[in-house]
Every structure is written in structure tokens, then in C-alpha cells.
Ligand binder design. Sequence first.
Ligand SMILES: C[S@@+](CC[C@H](N)C(=O)[O-])C[C@H]1O[C@@H](n2cnc3c(N)ncnc32)[C@H](O)[C@@H]1O
Length: 307
Amino acid sequence: MNLTDAEIVTIEVNALLDVLFHRAGYDFRNYSRASLLRRLEFFTEQEGFKKISDLIPMVIHDEPLTRRLIKGLLINVTEMFRDPAFFKTLTEDVFPVLKTYPFFKIWHAGCSTGEEVYSLAILLQEHGLLGRARIYGTDLNAQIIKKAKDGIFKESDIHAYAENYVAAGGQRQLTDYFYSRYGSAKINDELTRNITFASHNLVSDGIFTEVQMIICRNVMIYFDTNLKQKVIGLFYQGLTPGGLLCLGSKESLNYSEDASCFETMSLDSRIYKKQISSAKQVSKANSNIDVSAEIKARPNVGQLHAF
Ligand SMILES: C[S@@+](CC[C@H](N)C(=O)[O-])C[C@H]1O[C@@H](n2cnc3c(N)ncnc32)[C@H](O)[C@@H]1O
């Protein structure tokens, strides 16, 4: 059978992703192929292999390499007050809604090293809302979740984020929220009290339920359309009626069959409100398990959790 080089690479990638899933429990089969392929090619070369399929026996037998591979497939780039206009919209349009709740839950899905979570916590604090909040910051990569939990950043980065903070509507000095020591800056404890960080896989884990706001920015850009649809469905189930779904500026609900269950609150900032009257059926009986209790009990921070 004559196959093109590209077709052979597709066979290699499919086989590798199957093995990765069955051996290590990480399911990248529905990630967007173009960027996944770039990262696989880079990793193959970096590890000194010739072909992507050379990784298959390694994934079966070499646990440290598999950990490196999983890390290599995830992009963890983030910053504080990333896309300040988004945070400004939160303070102007969303905080008045949150103010109507005596208590509310927020889920940052795919929060990387926590900068996004702390950015929101700072603004909630400035608007007198942090005490009413319970915030979950989750990410597939447990090692970066440990970093998020530590809340320690380079002091120079905090200075670099000052401009974003002002553009986001920050009312003080960003450095007021950190203790500085030897070039590092640690987030103040009073900001972390209501935050729980945990490893969580959007592809395979249960969801948080009765959540008033979900923020998932710059995560689903790595998913294919089927996986995006599935995750949007999970978010729909996790939100309370009237709950808010915040996607990054590169995302929208346009492609989603669930789009009609949401109304647009801010087109620029991609903030959507779950319709109060929508009566969509839950598509998977077991997908609305509330993982928040399980998350609190998880001992695996610092590891990639399937191994
Ligand atoms: C580019 S970062 C975005 C961080 C932050 N939300 C922001 O916008 O700055 C994407 C994050 O999504 C996480 N991620 C990728 N696949 C995931 C999955 N299946 N479940 C949970 N998190 C995932 C990655 O580990 C990474 O930290």
C-alpha cells in the first residue's frame, strides 16, 4: 500500500496517542492535530529519536520519558492580568452580578501556574467580594499546580505585570499584594485563603457543580471541535442557571451546539451567561459528579497523576 509521508506520520501519531492513553491515562487524542504534531516533532528531535513512532516503546516502558512527553505536550504560558480588558469587563459587568450572591463559587479550568487566579482574587478583594468567594484553580499538570499553590513568582515579573494591573482597573500597587525576598515575590496569605488548587483533567475527570462562574481561557484552543463541544457541555452542566462562562479572546461558542443555551454578555471578552430558562438534558449520566470534595482530598499535587 502506497502511503504519503504525511499519512504515515498520521498513523504514527494515532498509535502513539493510543499508547499514551492506555499506558499512562492521558488522553490527547482529541487535541488539535497541527499544534500537537509540532510539539511531538520537537520532542522527538530533542530526545534524540528519528521518528515519532520511536516514542511508542518508550511510553510503554520509560516512565520519566513519558512524564517529559506529557509536559512537552502542554503549553503553560500565562501571566497576571493577561488581556487586561477581560479583567476590566469582569469588574465593570460581572462583579455587580456576583454582588447579588451571598456566596459564590468560581472555577478556573486550565489555570497553569496560578497567575490568572491570583489576578482575579486581587480584584475581588479590591471590590469587597473575596470573602464571599470559593475559588477552584485546576490544571492537568500537577507540577505546575504545585507552583500555583506556592504562589511564588519572580519579583521582576510582578513589576512587569504592573501595567496590566492598572489597565485591568487595579486600584493599588500590585506589589502591595506580595512579600518580597531575595528576588522572589510571594502572594499574601489573605488572598489565598479561599483558593483551592488541584490537578484536574478536563478530558476525563468529573466536574464542579453549582458554580456561578467558570473561567477557561487559552485552553480549548488546543482542543479539536469534538472535545471543545464536550467540554462546553460539561461547563454548561457545572454552572448554576444564570452562571457565567468566560472564554479567552481566541475562543467563542460559535461552533458549539450548546450556544443556544447561553446568551452573550460581552462579545469582546467572550463572556456568556447560561440561560436561566434553558432545559437542556444532561448528555452523560455520570459526567456531573461534583469533584470539589474529591479534589480537596487529592494527595497527588506535584505528580502527573496517572503514573
Ligand atoms: C496556555 S495555558 C493557559 C493558562 C491561563 N488560563 C491563561 O489564560 O493564562 C493552558 C493550560 O491548559 C492546561 N490544559 C491543557 N489540557 C488540559 C486538560 N485536558 N485539562 C486541564 N487543563 C489542561 C495546560 O496544562 C496549561 O496550563
